[in-house]
Design a binder for this molecule. Structure first.
Ligand code: FE2
Length: 422
């Protein structure tokens, strides 16, 4: 007798339905003859390992409209509004907003989160709030914190000292924003500074890199070179990299080869960048995404990030990685049969690799962390942005959902509609 059996599970990547056993928090083998204290029939629903959020700015969530709305919706107005809001930031304010979003994320099946935290604050209020919250939620959601210099490392007074202080305070990852520094040379130096700091403390690196439409913004090449020189392959992530969209193809070819050689992880953020990029274009408007398909063809690990939830840069969202994946289907033209499955990997296994999540994946003997979608396949999960009906962490239910029932009255008769092909 084991604790739980999930019958008729459609485990991602497999065609046949299987039974998943859970005992003492661990996944165990189960068959038709296995008995359990509790049995749940999943009816062929899709099961994946936990969703992993590799890129969000938790310190800014739920601040949309504060202290004033971003009228144009542009990146620059967003930065100006945030600079005003940040003056009112308190430890309690950050914690209460983030506690709410972590619950939304868990309801979506997210159990691992990497958050950038603005450290251009002499008091490091947001980082202190999140370092304490990281301990509070450990075991339910694993939180990694990036020391993120929103105003730059060299271009912000005391930037280098604040980065070091943030690391000593407990940041897990060193960030950067080289395209925002005052000069190209400062940008290069900021990347070198961040990588040296991470190397000194044995940390990972995740840099906002080339988040612009300027095709002369070329700092990913510096990240790749530093990663190779320092032997930091696998510990370095380049986020956004939207300028790559606008590079000439000869340069992009050389760059992508070096990214692959360096073993960089890449994070694209389809929600924010679809509305923030291309703002200087009058038509056609560039999509402003990194070269996802070419990177993947070169064997590079590419992940999807959510970036913002209701903040000055992006007023929508509720923290669901599946929404971001749905948008990338369109803007990345990833509607091919195999690509739809790859999109699910880009919110599960790929970011798990980028974050270095230990013991990740569905296998006998592994911790029973999993997510059930109200959909029979990866394509249907994306199409419907399907609710997560069940989320387990260590074999325990940590989230569940009762999907909405839709009924039509057709010629006087009530009929249920499921949006699934019969
Ligand atoms: Fe970001």
């Amino acid at each position: 007798m084991i604790d739980l059996i999930l019958r008729n599970a459609r485990v991602t990547g497999q065609d046949a339905l299987t039974d998943l056993g859970v005992d003492q928090g661990v996944i165990v083998a189960a068959d038709a003859g296995t008995t359990a204290a509790e049995t749940i029939d999943l009816g062929g629903r899709l099961v994946t390992p936990p969703l992993v959020e590799p890129h969000i700015h938790l310190d800014a969530v739920l601040t949309v409209g504060q202290p004033r709305p971003n009228v144009s919706g542009s990146l620059f107005e967003g930065i100006a509004v945030w600079a005003e809001r940040v003056a009112d930031l308190t430890y309690e304010d950050v914690q209460s907003r983030v506690r709410q979003i972590l619950r939304w994320q868990l309801a979506c099946g997210v159990q691992h989160v990497r958050s950038h935290v603005d450290v251009c604050d002499p008091q490091l209020r947001a980082l202190r709030a999140l370092v304490d919250l990281r301990d509070e939620v450990r075991g339910l959601i694993d939180l990694q914190l990036v020391a993120f210099p929103q105003q730059g490392i060299l271009g912000f007074d005391g930037g280098q000292e604040l980065m070091r202080e943030a690391v000593e305070l407990g940041a897990d990852v060193v960030g950067g924003i080289p395209h925002y520094e005052l000069t190209r040379e400062d940008g290069v130096e900021s990347v070198q500074f961040a990588m040296a700091l991470a190397d000194e403390f044995g940390l990972q690196v995740d840099i906002h890199c080339d988040e612009t439409d300027d095709d002369h913004s070329r700092f990913v090449e510096v990240m790749a070179a530093e990663t190779i020189r320092r032997g930091m392959s696998g510990r370095v992530t380049a986020s956004h990299t939207t300028a790559m969209h606008s590079y000439n193809s000869a340069y992009a070819y050389r760059l992508i080869n070096n990214i692959a050689r360096a073993g960089l992880h890449m994070v694209t953020n389809p929600l924010d960048n679809s509305v923030l990029q291309g703002r200087f274009d009058t038509g056609p408007i560039r999509r402003g995404h990194t070269r996802v398909k070419q990177l993947q063809e070169a064997g590079v690990n590419v992940c999807i990030g959510h970036d913002s939830v209701m903040d000055p840069w992006y007023p929508l969202g509720y923290g669901d990685p599946l929404q971001a994946a749905f948008v990338l289907v369109h803007l990345g033209q990833m509607s091919g049969d195999a690509e739809l499955i790859r999109l699910i990997e880009m919110i599960t296994t790929n970011p798990a690799a980028a974050l270095g999540v230990p013991d990740y994946g569905l296998r006998a003997g592994g911790q029973a962390d999993l997510v059930v979608f109200d959909a029979p396949s990866e394509a249907d999960a994306l199409r419907l942005v399907a609710p997560r009906t069940l989320v387990l962490r260590g074999g325990k239910v940590v989230a569940r959902a009762t999907p909405a029932q839709h009924t039509v009255i057709w010629d006087g008769t009530e009929e249920q509609v499921t949006f699934l092909r019969r």
